[in-house]
Design a protein around this ligand. Structure first.
Ligand code: PEP
Length: 252
């Protein structure tokens, strides 16, 4: 499923009325967006999943969550299981975002377990990887990405990896206004795709969408998405402005 994808990560933003307005504006924009070659995904906070899901009944887009429990239903106060998301027809779920790795100590092992729960529930994982500024400056970014991808994903079989989306999000570019250059993005995306080809096969590697994330906006999306191995973007800040988000979806 190597598809062009634009996914909006609202993170922990918006009050209910603001979320309502934002999704209505996005749905309105998507009504005129007639491109079946691009999958648009909106990932709101948990409490707004139903609201966003309702809006997706009239207009074509997918709904994603931002996190999932590594446990099944049960005595895990505060957790949201993959089965709960499945029961709400959620299509995608972000896993291993750098903010979860940093503030909630999410490890590659946690990522692997969450990916398993999602796939069991027929939900496509969007797995985030990416280096810190210190790692890039030290030149260790490829090692870091190699371990994030292999430890988080390489237990999957061919069919499972094809249902998985990978997002390369250099931590130094997230929310900083400092975007990776198109060359930097392409270099890492090609590296990830080569890893997939080596582990699985060229054909399988060609079916996995690899998104870029990190200060991607309506101005820079086009040149990033034009790179051979960049299949779209995971968008944070710019996904909170409907017009910008739609413009980014038009950037293929
Ligand atoms: C993100 O958090 O996934 C992200 C890419 O954020 P931003 O676009 O704001 O850098």
């Amino acid at each position: 499923m190597r598809r062009n994808i634009v996914a909006g990560n609202w993170k922990s933003n918006e009050l209910f009325s603001q979320a309502d307005e934002l999704i209505n504006d996005i749905a309105e924009g998507l009504r005129e967006f007639d491109n079946t070659d691009v999958d648009v995904i909106v990932c709101p906070p948990f409490p707004y999943l139903e609201l966003v899901g309702d809006a997706s009944e009239d207009v074509e887009f997918f709904v994603g969550a931002q996190n999932v429990s590594k446990f099944d239903n049960g005595a895990f106060t505060g957790e949201v299981s993959a089965k709960m998301l499945q029961s709400m027809n959620i299509d995608y779920c972000i896993v291993g975002h750098s903010e979860r790795r940093k503030y909630f100590n999410e490890t590659n092992q946690d990522v692997a377990e969450k990916v398993n729960k999602l796939l069991e529930a027929d939900i496509n994982p969007i797995v985030c990887v990416g280096e810190s500024l210190a790692q890039r400056e030290a030149g260790t970014h490829f090692d870091l990405i190699r371990s994030q991808v292999s430890e988080g994903l390489f237990h999957l079989d061919c069919e499972q990896i094809k249902k998985t989306v990978i997002a390369y999000e250099p931590v130094w570019a997230i929310g900083t206004g400092k975007t990776a250059t198109k060359e930097q993005a392409q270099e890492v995306h090609a590296f990830i795709r080569a890893m997939l080809a080596e582990k699985y096969s060229d054909d399988v590697a060609q079916e996995v969408s690899i998104l870029y994330g990190g200060s991607c906006n309506a101005k820079n999306a086009r040149e990033l998405f034009a790179q051979t191995d960049v299949d779209g973007g995971l968008i944070g800040g710019a996904s909170l402005k409907a017009a910008d988000f739609i413009e980014i979806a038009r950037s293929f």
